[in-house]
Ligand binder design. Structure first.
Ligand SMILES: *Cc1c(COP(=O)(O)O)cnc(C)c1O
Length: 390
């Protein structure tokens, strides 16, 4: 590995050369089952033919013009996303952090429109919203903050999945919005109680706050619905997407509805690359493939089956303290730090992740076959058993 790369990642000693569906191949020809999808990005697997074709074709026509002009693919993708999400407008960018930056700017300006000179946004403990200055300030993880003060101001933090803590802030006149993940991914796959989002929706409506949902990880079918808020039949005011939207092509989006749609006007926000014809061609192809193959309902049922298989296969392991998940977003929490499982799994040809030290996180591709699902359960169960009973 080049020492000329900035020292921002402790990388595993493997280089992948190519992929196909749910598998990857390294430079020695060894194959791996990918149960992480590049952290919820390649939901449709690697080298998906329809997506590769869409990218190739578009790159031969036009890759970039500018947001100074109309862009047909961008308009089509906005229409498609709004129809699926019941949102009304879209701003395209290149990453999750940028999508959240857009949301945060909307919230601040929404406050200033009401003559609130110091607008405040409610954010959650244990959350993750990105690595730019504003999004790391919104993030609820001291490790992400460390060394980067002064942070961006205008956030107030409450525990996740605690409606009373949010309700208690109702008389704070500076609050303009709530930014929350419907399910905390980086924070350890935490699923709130049923009714949490609905209650947040009600509090926001009562107080004229914007409900801003960070669905960068949970969106685009990951939980068995297009968007996780659809499990509770609500609609947010602001929605952020990225990760799986391009199946590996960098693209993010911030969607708005109602009053949130009228906040930004020309001159307030922009991007050179965001929403270019190439990235949007990938986004359109992703949606087409998801729709044509009915992948999302199958993620709902297959996710439930996978969760139950792990509950069964690990039922005798008392040191496994929780197995939780929804769709293809699964967390297996042990009673001890288990980061070393990632390298042990790699040796066995399996790609997994561990978050918050003790939780094995699985974000498999939607295209995993039943044989590959069996391989995942067998290999990971064995790895966990060996790790817990050395
Ligand atoms: C990954 C992620 C982000 C940041 O996305 P980047 O593309 O890395 O900037 C923000 N929020 C959530 C919930 C994420 O999972």
């Amino acid at each position: 590995m080049s020492t000329q790369l900035m020292n921002t990642y402790a990388r595993l000693p493997v280089t992948f050369e190519k992929g196909r569906g749910a598998t990857l191949q390294d430079t020695d020809g060894k194959t791996y089952l990918d149960a992480l999808s590049g952290i919820a990005v390649c939901s449709l697997g690697h080298a998906h033919p329809a997506i590769s074709d869409a990218i190739c074709l578009q790159s031969k026509k036009l890759m970039h013009t500018s947001n100074l002009y109309q862009i047909e693919n961008q308009s089509q993708l906005a229409d498609k996303l709004c129809a699926l999400s019941k949102m009304e407008r879209t701003f395209f960018c290149n990453s999750g952090a940028e999508a959240n930056e857009t949301a945060l700017k909307i919230a601040k300006k929404y406050g200033h429109q009401q003559d609130i000179s110091h607008p405040v946004i409610i954010v959650m403990d244990n959350s993750f919203h990105g690595r730019t200055m504003a999004t790391l300030s919104a993030t609820g993880n001291p490790k992400v903050h460390d060394g980067f003060s002064p942070l961006v101001e205008g956030f107030i933090r409450v525990p996740f999945d605690d409606i009373n803590a949010v309700q208690a802030l109702s008389d704070n006149p500076n609050i303009v919005a709530i930014l929350v993940e419907p399910i905390q991914g980086e924070g350890g796959v935490h699923i709130p109680q049923k009714g949490y989002l609905k209650a947040l929706r009600e509090i926001c409506t009562q107080n004229n706050w914007l409900l801003m949902l960070d669905e960068i990880q949970t969106g685009m079918g990951r939980t068995g619905e297009w968007f996780a808020y659809q499990h509770e039949a609500i609609v947010p005011d602001v929605l952020t997407l990225a990760k799986a939207l391009g199946n590996g092509m960098p693209i993010g989006a911030c969607l708005t509805k109602g009053v949130a749609s009228d906040v930004l006007v020309p001159g307030n926000h922009g991007t050179t690359f965001g929403g270019n014809p190439l990235a949007c061609a990938a986004g359109l192809a992703v949606i087409n493939v998801l729709e044509a193959n009915q992948y999302i309902p199958s993620v709902a049922t297959k996710g439930k089956e996978l969760l139950n298989q792990f509950k069964q296969s690990l039922s005798l392991q008392k040191q496994v303290i929780d197995i939780r998940g929804i769709g293809y977003m699964i967390g297996i929490q042990l009673d001890r730090p288990c980061g070393e499982l990632v390298a042990l799994a790699l040796e066995q040809g399996l790609l997994i992740n561990v978050t918050r030290g003790e939780t094995i996180r699985l974000l498999p591709t939607f295209v995993m076959s039943s044989e590959q699902t069996e391989e995942l359960v067998t290999k990971l169960t064995q790895l966990i058993q060996n790790f817990l009973n050395p």
